[in-house]
Design a protein around this ligand. Structure first.
Ligand SMILES: [Zn+2]
Length: 494
């Protein structure tokens, strides 16, 4: 027919503008990066979890011509942690900027596993900005930002992820509580000082027994158990935590961390501290009853002024009425329930009396922004925060050292917090880590203790030379330190 050979006057312009060619409803997928995540809260081992997530993703995009060419998988990262603080996800976001990354789309195996709360609304626009498509199985296709039902569904998924996580946590906790109450089963973890974990026969659950899992029970470690008994006895003779600690040190009794260095790697063999004695005196497991849930996990905002920075997990002492206790003794006791109760009553009375000797009596009213971040260069221990006059100080006291351990240590080392912040805040600001929340902002919000911790900041104060050294030890993965400087020393620090 004549019309079919007649040239279309618009043809050249249409070709130039790309008009006329109807866009396919479902675009085909090109080279794709897979993202997945798993952690202990999902109750699945990483291998299995990665396996099915990858399978899901493949089944989803391969029929559309997609091919997975890169893999980003976070292990051990809670879903409440935002993308820029999960190492693999942060790497993925970083690679977006790399033209040679070799992929043009991202696929996940399950959306609820990857995005929590409002995280999706913070991630998707970044991918879109780099022209990277996002394939989500729950959407049945590619995420389309212009499609209001997609946006709604993704925010629903984020909410579902949040509630699912809470349910899993409650279920696990309830199961553990029931096991402790009914069977007095040891719930894993380190044995308290005075005990060792031993084999307790095959696991009572048939499937777990078939997998070769065995029960673990607590047994007395006679030497250490005698020390625990001594601590309780001395406390009942109205000695203080510190007096008991000093007496143990001067008797040459190895402290828990020295006795079992492999188990207590995070503590130094500094000798007996009042806090060690306190922890023993307040541990109800010495009665022989199994106890679970003395500490609970909480999600707290990393930076209250920056909700998008997400949460960090913190342990908090549980309300005593929420702690699960076995109905029958579960392991050999070291102290009677009556004596243990008597000790708790005495401690409570002392705390009420306002005695500053027991740590329970102290109340933290001030925010210590460098809590746990400064070490004393002379003895290597963390400096403790305190409040004097109207100022926050960090101090290291010789009297809490084991007797005669460091004769050269001054009686007390004091360091003013404002003197440190004056130097560290601007340094962190200029040494800003890309995308790190809090860093580089105004001084009043820059660097709360958690922000500094996330940055891997460590400080060391040498009182003899009045020098303060700051080191950024482990910048979060996937983030670049903009300045080359990760260490700085100041002299003449008051
Ligand atoms: Zn010191």
């Amino acid at each position: 027919m004549a019309s079919s050979v007649q040239p279309d006057p618009w043809a050249a312009l249409d070709a130039l503008w790309g008009r006329g060619a109807a866009k396919p409803v479902e675009a085909t997928v090109a080279a794709t990066a897979f993202y997945g995540r798993c952690s202990t809260e999902d109750n699945q081992d990483p291998q299995t979890s990665r396996g099915w997530q990858l399978d899901n993703a493949r089944r989803f995009i391969e029929p559309r011509g997609g091919r997975i060419v890169a893999e980003y998988f976070d292990i051990g990262e809670s879903r409440s942690v935002p993308w820029h603080r999960r190492p693999a996800a942060a790497q993925l976001l970083l690679d977006l900027k790399d033209r040679g990354r070799g992929w043009g789309a991202v696929v996940v195996g399950e959306g609820t596993r990857c995005w929590f709360g409002n995280q999706f609304s913070l991630t998707a626009p970044r991918l879109a900005a780099y022209g990277v498509d996002l394939w989500v199985p729950e959407l049945g296709g590619r995420f389309d930002a212009r499609n209001p039902s997609h946006a709604m569904l993704m925010s629903l998924l984020g909410g579902m992820s949040e509630s699912e996580r809470r349910h899993v946590q409650l279920r696990v906790r309830a199961a553990m509580d029931a096991q402790v109450r009914n069977e007095g089963r040891h719930q894993g973890g380190r044995a308290p000082y005075g005990y060792v974990v031993v084999d307790g026969g095959p696991h009572p659950h048939p499937r777990k027994a078939a997998e070769g899992r065995r029960l673990r029970v607590l047994q007395l470690d006679p030497d250490a158990a005698a020390v625990v008994a001594r601590i309780f006895a001395e406390y009942l003779e109205s000695r203080t935590d510190r007096e008991i600690a000093t007496a143990l040190s001067s008797d040459g009794i190895p402290c828990p961390s020295a006795r079992c260095p492999a188990q207590n790697r995070h503590r130094r063999g500094d000798g007996w501290q009042a806090s060690t004695v306190r922890a023993i005196l307040e541990n109800p497991r010495y009665t022989g009853y199994a106890v679970f849930g003395r500490w609970t996990k909480h999600d707290v905002l990393l930076d209250p002024d920056d909700v998008a920075a997400g949460h960090v997990v913190r342990f908090r002492r549980a309300d005593p009425c929420d702690v699960a206790r076995s109905e029958q003794p579960a392991h050999p006791g070291i102290v009677s329930v009556a004596d243990f109760t008597q000790v708790q009553l005495l401690r409570r009375a002392k705390a009420r009396g306002g005695s500053m000797i027991e740590r329970t009596a102290r109340r933290t009213v001030h925010q210590y922004r460098l809590q746990g971040l400064i070490r004393c260069a002379l003895c290597g221990r963390k400096m403790e925060s305190c409040f004097r006059g109207a100022r926050v100080y960090y101090r290291c006291l010789a009297r809490t050292l084991p007797t005669g351990a460091r004769p050269d240590h001054p009686t007390s080392v004091y360091l003013r917090e404002d003197a440190v912040l004056q130097r560290v805040d601007p340094w962190v600001a200029t040494n800003q880590l890309a995308g790190l929340p809090g860093a580089g902002r105004r001084e009043d919000t820059a660097g709360t203790a958690d922000v500094y911790r996330a940055l891997g900041l460590a400080l060391r104060f040498d009182t003899n030379s009045a020098t303060l050294t700051a080191v950024i030890t482990s910048p979060p993965a996937g983030r670049k330190v903009l300045a080359t400087e990760t260490r700085r020393t100041w002299t003449k620090v008051p």
